[in-house]
Design a protein around this ligand. Structure first.
Ligand SMILES: NC(=O)c1ccc[n+]([C@@H]2O[C@H](COP(=O)([O-])OP(=O)(O)OC[C@H]3O[C@@H](n4cnc5c(N)ncnc54)[C@H](OP(=O)(O)O)[C@@H]3O)[C@@H](O)[C@H]2O)c1
Length: 326
């Protein structure tokens, strides 16, 4: 597993990280034993970067990571998020409550100071007011957190955060079906030494190529209850693309891939071919997926022709199908 530096944190993180939303049972129930197996499989494959949030399973994801981490002699980097729990979201933000939320996360994770705390898609006006970022600076000085970053929904929010002098990392939705950051955000992130963490690399699983029209999702799964953006941002689940359209787009793209290529590996490799990306936090609902995804770090870069085809396909077929703006 190759590593890259995560912006101003200076942490060496694995190119493939683990997204731990699934460990909160928010993609359907996962047994404790399987959750531990997923975490351990990741570590065994060289994954050194784990992403969670206080709201994943109402703290369950952090708890499971904390229990597993406690037995490790050399724990990996663990990033969490703050800003979406019901105490705070959408308009209950205060410095004291954010501090309490971070302290509760630290307790569940079993750490004195959080490696990286990310603002978690807070409302635009709250983000742009700048208060939360100023509080995070203070929490860093107080040692509650070591570094802070932000996870955002829109590119203009990412550009705003990227200009903040203390922000260490940005988490963005970025994949072959969401390419705009290549031209705008990535050069700025590189210039400002902000680490880029990529979420939804597989567009909630669409880009594995396994999703079929008759797939039935568990009622607890956001891909069931937020399929059309009814519960949270319309641009998030399935990358903001209506499911049936997404499946059709994947089928069409599959038909354009050169012999010997598959859409899952191509999707992960396309992201790693962007040098400004520090880590891809692929989500997994079973340990076999973790092993498969980790292998992307050893694949060769895609050819120039394949990059051109993927760029053309995005612009001609995909971009206009994304709801909610980019
Ligand atoms: N606002 C935010 O800050 C925010 C929002 C979303 C996500 N995130 C973070 O980003 C992480 C990644 O996003 P995501 O998990 O939503 O989307 P994703 O990584 O694009 O897709 C994950 C899903 O893809 C499928 N999958 C993954 N590897 C596979 C493999 N090798 N073979 C077959 N299927 C595979 C699994 O689907 P099945 O479950 O169907 O098997 C898995 O649940 C999350 O875990 C979370 O940490 C953050």
């Amino acid at each position: 597993m190759k590593t890259r530096v995560l912006g101003k944190t200076g942490f060496n993180v694995s190119e493939i990280g683990l997204g731990c939303w699934q460990l909160g049972n928010d993609f359907g129930a996962i047994e404790d034993s399987e959750a531990a197996a997923i975490l351990q499989a990741a570590l065994n494959e060289g994954v050194q970067f784990f992403d969670t949030a206080d709201v994943y399973g109402g703290g369950l994801s952090e708890q499971r990571i904390g229990q597993w981490r406690a037995a490790l002699s050399k724990p990996p980097v663990i990033a969490t998020k703050v800003g979406r729990n019901p105490e705070l979201y959408p308009d209950g933000y205060s410095k004291a409550k954010v501090k309490q939320s971070l302290q509760a996360s630290a307790q569940r994770l079993g750490v004195e100071s959080i490696d990286l705390a990310q603002l978690h898609c807070v409302p635009r006006d709250v983000l742009f007011s700048g208060d939360l970022l100023a509080w995070m600076e203070d929490f860093k000085k107080d040692g509650i957190i070591q570094h802070f970053g932000a996870s955002v929904e829109m590119l203009d929010e990412a550009m705003f955060c990227c200009d903040h002098p203390e922000i260490a990392s940005l988490q963005i939705l970025f994949n072959v079906f969401r390419q705009d950051a290549v031209e705008s955000l990535l050069p700025l992130a590189e210039k400002n030494n902000v680490g880029v963490i990529v979420r939804l690399p597989l567009a909630s699983g669409l880009l594995t190529g396994k999703m079929k029209l008759d797939r039935i999702f568990d009622e607890q799964d956001h891909r069931f209850y937020n399929k059309d953006g009814a519960a949270f941002h319309v641009g998030e689940t399935f990358n903001g693309i209506p499911y049936e359209k997404g499946v059709a787009l994947v089928d069409k793209l599959n038909g354009k891939l050169p012999e010997g290529h598959n859409i899952l590996d191509v999707s992960l490799r396309w992201i790693l071919d962007q040098p400004q990306v520090s880590s891809i936090i692929v989500g997994a609902s079973r340990s076999s997926q973790v092993v498969r995804n980790a292998a992307a770090s050893s694949l060769s870069p895609l050819s120039k022709e394949l990059h051109e085809m993927l760029g053309d396909f995005y612009r001609s077929d995909v971009r206009n199908a994304i709801r909610g703006g980019i």
